[in-house]
Design a protein around this ligand. Structure first.
Ligand code: URA
Length: 310
């Protein structure tokens, strides 16, 4: 059926305006949550009212374009953006495991806030640098320390609105010290580009920072040893959205034992961040039929974030 909006210039103009306003509101909300000082403090009631007013009427993309985008990802026709250069070296020390956190459905009990106030970007960069040095010196997991070439801390924008949270380094990551640079990383790059984002405006990290030998899954104890590191990274960055890639990362972050098929398709909560669970790119490479579901998960997030794919 033809989209009535497409033949009505007045309505098309209204939708464009609404879309722009929604994106501006969502972005302003993110900046304020990130502690940007030049904006007035957000009034959550006004933001909610604004979203309520505009969101229901705004199509993220006309059905035909959505379908085309799904097919593009499914067929891997989206060109990958080349990986960005690695941020320079990072100095020393950082933290203990975070106190408690909340992992609920987004509709559940009101989420707890991140324990600390948002930091300015310079402080975030310094804290991440210090934490990376602590990670590089970590010897908690004897087998991993023995096998690793180097630790893989994570990289990206310390104020990222979107964080992608993987499982652990593979051979390419162990060699280069950067997350998601192998085959799975190339697919992740395509997924990021399909979201109208770039690799350097998101942040990418893993659950464990050392490569498990033979690409085995990290052991529960290894995940717990790394927990203070990934929890601190997330607390420093405090993204609006965390995309968990695969069961290992999702279950670790949400402290859930449910399979990924049960966790995907809805929002969860990690402190102030909304969590989207989806399939790991390595799984998608082996099971291309699951790309459609993964793209639906990302679209759910983009719609919530006010990012139009039109
Ligand atoms: N798989 C992951 O989970 N992380 C990486 O960095 C690479 C592959």
């Amino acid at each position: 059926m033809a989209d009535p909006a497409s033949s009505d210039p007045q309505r098309t103009g209204d939708l464009d305006r609404d879309n722009t306003l929604l994106q501006a509101a969502a972005f302003a909300e993110h900046l304020q949550r990130s502690g940007v000082a030049f904006l007035p403090r957000a009034n959550p009631d006004r933001v909610a009212e604004f979203k309520q007013r505009f969101a229901p009427s705004i199509p993220i993309a006309p059905a035909t374009e959505k379908k085309a985008a799904v097919e593009q990802v499914a067929e891997e026709k989206i060109l990958p953006k080349p990986p960005e250069s690695r941020p320079e070296s990072r100095p020393e020390s950082r933290p203990e495991s975070r106190p408690e956190f909340q992992s609920t459905s987004i509709r559940g009990e009101a989420a707890k806030r991140y324990p600390c106030e948002a930091r300015p970007v310079s402080q975030r960069t310094a804290e991440l640098d210090t934490l990376a040095s602590t990670v590089a010196a970590c010897t908690k997991c004897p087998e991993l320390v023995h096998c690793r070439t180097q630790t893989v801390f994570g990289e990206g924008d310390p104020q990222a609105r979107f964080v992608f949270f993987g499982e652990g380094p593979g051979a390419d990551e162990d060699r280069t010290g950067r997350p998601f640079v192998g085959k799975a990383g190339q697919l992740l790059d395509k997924m990021i580009v399909a979201c109208k984002l770039t690799r350097d405006e998101v942040y990418i990290l893993n659950t464990v920072k050392c490569r498990p030998p033979g690409n085995r899954n990290p052991e529960p104890e290894e995940i717990e040893n790394c927990r203070p590191f990934f929890e601190s990274q997330l607390e420093i960055i405090r993204p609006q959205y965390i995309v968990c890639l695969g069961a290992v990362g999702t279950q670790a972050l949400l402290r859930s034992k449910l399979p990924i098929g049960k966790l995907r398709g809805k929002f969860h909560r990690y402190f102030d961040s909304k969590v989207v669970a989806t399939y790991h790119p390595a799984y998608l490479l082996r099971n291309p039929a699951a790309k459609k579901a993964a793209w639906a998960d990302l679209q759910m997030m983009l719609k919530d974030a006010g990012i139009s794919l039109r």
